[in-house]
Design a protein around this ligand. Structure first.
Ligand code: ATP
Ligand code: MG
Ligand code: MG
Ligand code: MG
Length: 563
């Protein structure tokens, strides 16, 4: 490619809304442009890097037995209603209606669509295992789109889905994806760490996130200084949450509305928190019946008494036996729900709330059915306990570190959550109908472009890992009016192109300073400078962008240097 013909509008200044270096540099290097909040166009250079990332991911997925497909971005709401996620997903799901008034959504993920694809079609254990993946544009109406490609609303994801006939097979599928991710992220030139993640509300039992280590990461990781323990903060908090909770220590209380959700799992998913962190939720509409649910505390409770206040009818407690089981648990809060709750603790302290409250021990959550008028505003709260550097490693008791990370990949055992909801079954060896066991595996293809830059930059610009640089070599012609220089540049350009090297020829009539600056800004790994004086001595100069090291290459030996 010739730079004179390339649409590469570089900028001296970063846009005002760019907070992190990758966002600034991607815009300045002419790789992306913002269309609107969280939605970007990839210019030719950005597109090339994105394609290279996607290609590495694709090769590793194929090598691990994945088969590439391409699913629709527009998904029927009916499928989401089948799994219950239509109500659970919250405002991140962009919902639209067609001309007939039917519900659709823009795909934020594809469990429903892929499960619909295989159910009915896959009938025998002989057709399993199956791993289907795609590289595709996702839409999530993120509450806070920011940091350019890092947290967009429209972004490119590789999502894979595995289907197995038994738990053993599902383990193998998970392991194969874990290994493929490790290989892919290495090839992408990233410094990363695989960490345990909470499998939370999605219904799985096992999960890892792949984190690119960077101070600008939105995630906090907990790693041990002595053993192999590494987890994301939420997962680590689950370990620490087993300790009694001191209310005085809770720094943050989140209060959000959770319309239409009925279980702790749904609220936890909505709040992006582990279920164990949901201290109190007030919910409505389960099985058509409004309900209030739950939660977790640390004091022994003898009795809960509920008094019906304005408009609340049909109080139905889970039963006195269960109340007895709610030992080691107690909570209660405000909110004009119209119940008076009296909690009588073992030490005979009595607490009264005009609200409702109930307790449950952590492993045994109870639902309290209450008819609540529709016009009552309900809220859910979650309690966050911060983990600090003073905490011991949950695995070995050693010291911990808490670096920041960018989640670039996520592998997840789904179990039978979707196959059960959508009736994806097959006949096993004995001719018996069984549910498929699933896994899902995501890679943030466009987020990787940003994450790679967060890790690889200097004062002059991007320092691309060679595997994802838009061009591997920039050939700078210094002196567009010097015939010998132009002729030699053209000759070397042809030669490299013929060798299959990704080369960009800067044949513009710009001053040398402009060419050097642009080449450094975009971060081509190797810059070859063809200048009049050096050429007269039979050499060109090559610069390694990362180290800044320069070397003179004899023009005669130029070809071999790129073998
Ligand atoms: P996050 O915690 O950052 O919101 P997530 O856990 O919601 O991400 P997943 O559902 O696990 O994301 O999706 C798989 C991958 O897609 C993530 O690991 C991440 O790399 C990427 N991804 C998710 N949301 C975004 C986004 N808004 N912009 C860019 N990439 C994203
Ligand atoms: Mg998210
Ligand atoms: Mg996440
Ligand atoms: Mg994730």
């Amino acid at each position: 490619m010739r730079l004179s013909a390339l649409y590469m509008p570089t900028l001296k200044e970063a846009p005002a809304d760019a907070e992190v270096i990758s966002h600034k540099l991607l815009v300045r290097a002419g790789m992306i442009r913002k269309l609107t909040s969280g939605i970007y166009t990839y210019l030719p250079l950005g597109r090339r890097s994105l394609d290279k990332i996607a290609q590495i991911v694709r090769e590793e997925m194929n090598a691990a037995g994945g088969q590439e497909i391409f699913m629709p971005m527009v998904q029927p709401g009916d499928l989401w209603k089948e799994t219950g996620r239509w109500d659970v997903y919250g405002p991140e799901l962009l919902r639209v209606k067609d001309r007939h008034g039917r519900d659709y959504c823009l795909g934020p993920t594809h469990e429903e669509v892929v499960t619909d694809l295989v159910r009915g079609e896959v009938r025998s254990y002989r057709q399993l295992p199956l791993n289907l993946y795609q590289i595709q544009t996702k839409f999530r109406d993120e509450i806070r789109p920011r940091f350019g490609l890092m947290r967009g609303r429209e972004f490119v994801m590789k999502d894979a889905y595995s289907f197995d006939k038994d738990a053993h097979g599902a383990d193998a599928s998970y392991a194969a994806m874990y290994d493929a991710y490790t290989r892919a992220f290495k090839r992408l030139g990233l410094r990363f760490r695989a960490v345990q993640a909470d499998s939370g509300a999605i219904g799985g039992s096992y999960s890892h996130e792949f984190m690119v280590l960077a101070t600008t990461g939105e995630d906090t990781i907990v790693t041990c200084t002595q053993c192999e323990y590494a987890a994301n903060l939420e997962k680590a908090e689950v370990c620490y949450a087993n300790e009694p909770l001191d209310r005085g220590e809770c720094p943050e209380l989140v209060e959000v509305e959770t319309p239409g959700m009925h279980t702790v799992a749904e609220v936890a998913k909505f709040l992006e928190l582990p279920e164990s962190k949901i201290l109190k939720t007030l919910l409505y509409e389960a099985d058509g019946k409004p309900v209030a649910v739950l939660l977790r505390g640390d004091r022994e409770l003898n009795e809960i008494k509920l008094k019906n206040l304005a408009g609340v009818t049909n109080l139905e407690l889970a039963g006195p036996e269960q109340v007895k089981k709610w030992t080691g648990a107690a909570v209660g809060f405000a909110g004009p729900v119209g119940l008076e709750v009296e909690r009588i603790y073992a030490d005979e302290e009595i607490m009264r709330d005009t609200d409702w409250a109930a307790g449950a021990n952590k492993d045994d959550m109870h639902v309290l059915h209450v008819d609540i008028p529709r016009d009552v505003k309900l809220t859910a709260s979650a309690d966050l306990r911060t983990v600090t550097m003073d905490d011991p490693c949950p695995a070995c008791g050693g010291g911990i570190e808490m670096p920041r990370g960018i989640e670039v990949g996520h592998v997840f055992k789904l179990g039978t959550k979707y196959s059960e909801a959508m009736n994806a079954t097959f006949l096993d060896e004995a001719g018996k109908e069984q549910l498929m066991i699933m896994g899902c595996y995501g890679i943030g293809v466009s987020r990787i472009l940003a994450a790679a830059i967060e890790q690889n930059n200097d004062e002059f610009g991007i320092v691309f890992p060679p595997s994802i640089a838009p061009y591997e070599v920039a050939l700078l012609t210094l002196g567009a009016k010097d015939d010998a220089v132009v002729a030699k540049s053209e000759e070397l350009y042809e030669l490299l192109t013929d060798k299959g090297v990704d080369v960009l020829l800067d044949d513009r009539g710009e001053r040398p300073g402009v060419k050097f600056k642009d080449a450094d800004l975009v971060g081509f790994p190797i810059q070859v400078v063809v200048g009049g004086k050096a050429l007269a001595r039979g050499v060109v100069e090559a610069k390694d962008r990362r180290t800044g090291e320069k070397a003179e290459l004899p023009v005669d030996a130029f070809e071999e240097a790129f073998d």
